[in-house]
Design a protein around this ligand. Structure first.
Ligand code: HEC
Length: 101
């Protein structure tokens, strides 16, 4: 599914997150976040940086977002959760990830 060169590049960029979940799914989740969440959640608009939620809490928020009009393909949810927990997990690791600075 992911072209070799592209996934290698992104795997390097996300090396710090790779310990929490496999690099492939975190990378996929980061992309899904950009496509699905970033239009409504950016640095200026409703930033999520300060949030540190567990996987089930993120799941609840994702469900809630559908109610706000977010179009979230269910196939992308597991990768999204991997990414969100890796960057915005309960322990506060990752300091909010890199996508929203
Ligand atoms: C259509 C716009 C839209 C999209 C797309 C969207 N959201 Fe939201 N989100 C909102 C709005 C509006 C709020 C604020 C309302 C509220 O919290 O009750 C919000 C609030 C949140 C909150 C609560 C913030 C807080 O400080 O408590 C979380 C967490 C969240 N969104 C996560 C996500 C994630 C993860 C995605 C991608 C899967 C996403 N959102 C996609 C509109 C959106």
């Amino acid at each position: 599914m992911t072209p070799f060169a592209k996934s290698t590049l992104a795997a390097c960029a996300l090396a710090g997150l790779a310990a929490a979940a496999s690099a492939g799914t975190v990378e996929e989740g980061a992309k899904a976040y950009q496509e699905i969440c970033a239009p409504c959640h950016s640095t200026d608009m409703r930033p999520l940086d300060g949030l540190h939620l567990s996987r089930s809490q993120w799941q609840e928020q994702i469900d809630r977002m559908s109610g706000f009009g977010a179009d979230i393909p269910s196939g992308k949810v597991p990768a999204l959760l991997d990414y969100l927990v890796a960057t915005h997990g309960p322990a506060g690791n990752g300091q909010g990830g890199k996508q929203t600075k």
